[in-house]
Structures are given as C-alpha cells and as structure tokens.
Ligand binder design. Sequence first.
Ligand SMILES: [Zn+2]
Length: 83
Amino acid sequence: MQSEAHEGPFKTCTMCNKVWATPQEFLTDKDLQLNGYMWSKKSIKAGLYQGGLLVFTHMLQNCGTSLAVKPSGLKGTAARDTK
Ligand SMILES: [Zn+2]
C-alpha cells in the first residue's frame, strides 16, 4: 500500500480504549451516538477552534463515555481521502 505518514489513530476512547484509525471509521461506528454540539468559549477566545466540538457518546455497556471531536479535523481528513 501507500506509505502514509500516520501520526496515530484518529481517536481513542478514553474509557474502553477502542481505537478509531480514521474519521470515516469514527463516523460510521454504530456504537457512537452524536450527542450534540458543544461550544467552548474559552477555546474560541484562545484561538484554538473556529467552531465548537461535536460530542459523541460511546454506547457500549462497559463504556458510555463522551468523546469530543473537532469538526474541522473531520472535514480536513475526509477531503484528503478522495480517491
Ligand atoms: Zn468507549
């Protein structure tokens, strides 16, 4: 395959250590439920994010934690993945 310079998986669950290698994998995981959109005024003030965070809940019996994802991160990687 191609030699991709991966810096690591896209996201790892802090509770059950489930790993999502790519944003696509993350977005298509049926165990994840989009919970809402969280604005972080603090982050915006600090210039870290232009928008808020997408909050997902990991709907597993032994998990149930919330994961926050930057929409910009999803967008950028998805656009790069066009074949
Ligand atoms: Zn989990």
